[in-house]
Design a protein around this ligand. Structure first.
Ligand code: FES
Length: 235
């Protein structure tokens, strides 16, 4: 069984390796063919430089943006006397709030994105820094003990995109990542099977033990019943 599994593993590895080899040779041929046509007149445009990620969408302008930003909060209908400032990286957003208003609502009102997790003040995903202290905006209200005109400044954590791109479809990177993921999958499969087998054997052993104990108890019970009978019969 083990030999068969090893054979399957080796075959899968060989398949992946040969696929990578085939793709690399294809790429080399492609590159060579490109090199051979470089004498053509300058109709071939130089490849654009990689400028990093540029979103294709554009944020819609609000009425305030169109009119040069918010100049007076009261004029646009916001109520409150506590100026709240959200800072995240180089961006700053300002609004006004009422004392006791949930900070979560104030952040939404100011168009400030905060990443939330549990929403109950337990996980700490939303933690922000205020006056050198960590607070959890999902469960914090705007304080009412600030001096008149004092700003409530909230430093929001920057959110980074942790996802690693596997590259464009059929790019060299996507091919390598595919091979890497296959390898991870195979290793994971072997590990999982081993753990499952160990678990199964342990369970079997435990069930045998229970069966044995039950049988011993049954025999002991029958013996005691028989002894009782004999005691009653004897004068
Ligand atoms: S979202 Fe979990 S602590 Fe705020």
């Amino acid at each position: 069984m083990n030999a068969r599994r090893t054979l399957a593993f080796t075959l899968a590895l060989l398949f992946d390796a040969s696929a990578v080899g085939a793709f690399t040779s294809l790429l080399t041929t492609f590159k060579t063919s490109r090199i051979s046509i470089t004498y053509l007149p300058a109709t071939v445009k130089p490849a654009p430089k990689n400028k990093g990620y540029e979103p294709k969408w554009k944020k819609k302008e609000t009425l305030a943006d169109q009119n040069g930003g918010i100049k007076d909060f009261k004029q646009i209908g916001l109520k409150g006397n506590v100026p709240v400032i959200f800072k995240q990286g180089n961006e700053t957003r300002a609004t006004v709030a009422l004392a006791g208003q949930p900070l979560r609502d104030v952040a939404t009102q100011a168009d400030q994105f905060i990443k939330y997790g549990c929403g109950k003040g337990e996980c700490g995903t939303c933690e922000c820094l205020v006056n050198g202290q960590w607070i959890r905006p999902c469960q914090t209200n705007v304080p009412g003990n600030l001096a008149p005109g004092e700003e409530y400044v909230v430093q929001v954590k920057e959110v980074k995109n942790k996802a690693v791109s596997s590259g464009k479809f059929y790019s060299f990177r996507s091919f390598i990542m595919g091979f890497y993921n296959n390898l991870l999958g195979m290793v994971g499969f072997v590990k999982y099977r081993r753990a499952a087998k160990k678990n199964w054997l342990e369970r079997q052993e435990y069930e045998d033990l229970i069966r044995q104990k039950t049988m011993q108890k049954k025999i002991a019970r029958e013996r005691s019943v028989e002894e009782d009978k004999n005691n009653k019969l004897s004068p």
